[in-house]
Design a protein around this ligand. Structure first.
Ligand SMILES: *Cc1c(COP(=O)(O)O)cnc(C)c1O
Length: 395
């Protein structure tokens, strides 16, 4: 009897991590293959990954780099803007995009967000562009995997689509009427960070339909060395090269690319898992008092990188208290994002309107991203939703 009671008491649901990284068997084998090949840095695997990735998203060109942040910096640099140009950026995004703009020598102009979508609207974009006295370019983020309307935002900013860069770190698998995101803008940047829909650990990709732009990024990712300077160490390669442009050290390695090629074959399946898990959350949380489901749109396909709920006053406790209680119950959660103007480095370095960014602050106070990755099962979703309900929600 007492043993049973004890078992009952210490029985806890299996902890649910906010994120875990799936690595398929083929990726493991591919990694070992590269390690035994005698060539670890940028080479044939990178070239093949670029070709296959471009095919997957139907982009004419793809250039592999060390991270999405590097892709964004290379993209902004390759726009050829005058020094200290103003570049529109959502206040509710990852700091990497702001760093990219600043490292390229420009000034991020923060755009407030629509409280529903968490992203800039045509209206907030127009206000930010006008306040800045005109802008030279814009970075558009597809938050959580929900498509932003690139055409509408470019019009609102009075920019041609050639001056728009897409941050698609969450959006591999996001589809609009134009197909995969990225079909309209100058360049689109993807992340292969450990938690993203195509995880390698670290890595990024830039896609574009502009051949010259692709060539410029290709050179600039490796010191601005003339094309294929890496071949100088291969049998029969010549030692000679030129540095013909400014550049970064932001090349992808063959080890990353080999893992990426194998993982790319799983992405459609993993995205399907994400979509299914998202609808399981929808079912369980749809009627929970004080909980708003993540925004979506009926005419686009969501990549479900994040499942971010909003908590309102009816929930009974704050977002911070909820996240603490979930953690105590063994459930991981996260916040996307701390608005850029709330990060100390950026205050005084980015343009913020005198009245602040109330939309971004409102979303920040209420948003919470729940675990969503292909290694979760239905039981895990139950665990998360039960923990939410016990923490404050009245189902
Ligand atoms: C993860 C992320 C990035 C940065 O990606 P890295 O590959 O880590 O540089 C950029 N933008 C957004 C919205 C992200 O979530």
């Amino acid at each position: 009897m007492s043993t049973l009671a004890l078992t009952e008491e210490v029985r806890v649901a299996r902890p649910v991590a906010f994120a875990r990284t799936p690595v398929c068997d083929e990726a493991r084998e591919a990694a070992v293959g590269v390690l035994s090949s005698g060539w670890l840095t940028t080479g044939q695997q990178v070239a093949e990954f670029e070709r296959e990735f471009a095919g997957y998203v139907s982009a004419p060109r793809a250039v592999a780099v060390s991270s999405c942040t590097a892709a964004l910096e290379l993209a902004v640099r390759s726009l050829g803007l005058a020094p200290a140009s103003k570049v529109l950026l959502s206040a509710n995004t990852f700091c990497g995009a702001a760093h990219a703009i600043m490292h390229a020598g420009h000034i991020p102009v923060l755009v407030d967000v629509d409280v529903e979508s968490g992203m800039p609207s045509a209206a907030t974009t127009e206000v930010a562009a006008a306040r800045a006295g005109g802008v030279a370019a814009m970075v558009v983020v597809h938050l959580g995997g929900l498509a932003a309307d690139v055409r509408e935002l470019a019009t609102a900013a009075h920019l041609p689509l050639t001056m728009v860069i897409e941050d698609a770190a969450h959006a591999l698998g996001t589809l609009t009427q134009d197909g995969h995101v990225g079909a309209l803008s100058r360049a689109t940047c993807y992340s292969f960070y450990a938690t993203k829909n195509l995880p390698i650990g670290e890595g990024g990709m830039l896609t574009t339909a502009d051949e010259e732009f692709a060539d410029a990024v290709h050179a600039a990712r490796l010191h601005g060395m003339t094309k294929d300077a890496w071949r100088r160490y291969l049998p029969g390669g010549g030692w000679n090269y030129d540095v013909a442009a400014d550049g970064l050290k932001a090349n992808m390695t063959d080890l990353q690319a080999a893992i990426g090629r194998a993982q790319l074959k799983q992405v459609a399946c993993w995205n399907e898992d994400r979509r299914r898990l998202a609808s399981e959350y929808d079912l369980r949380l749809g009627h929970m008092e004080g909980v708003l489901l993540p925004p979506r749109s009926s005419d686009t396909v969501h990549a479900w990188h994040l499942y971010a709920i909003r908590i309102n006053d009816d929930f009974g406790i704050s977002r911070d208290e909820l996240s603490r209680r979930l953690a105590a119950a063994g459930v991981g959660s996260s916040v996307h994002f701390i608005p850029l103007h709330r990060l100390s480095w950026f205050s005084g370095r980015v343009e913020v309107p005198p009245k602040g960014l109330p939309g971004a602050d409102e979303v920040f106070a209420r948003t919470l991203s729940l675990p969503l990755h292909p290694m979760l099962n239905t039981g895990d979703v139950d665990t998360v939703c039960e923990a939410l309900s016990e923490a404050g929600g009245r189902a």
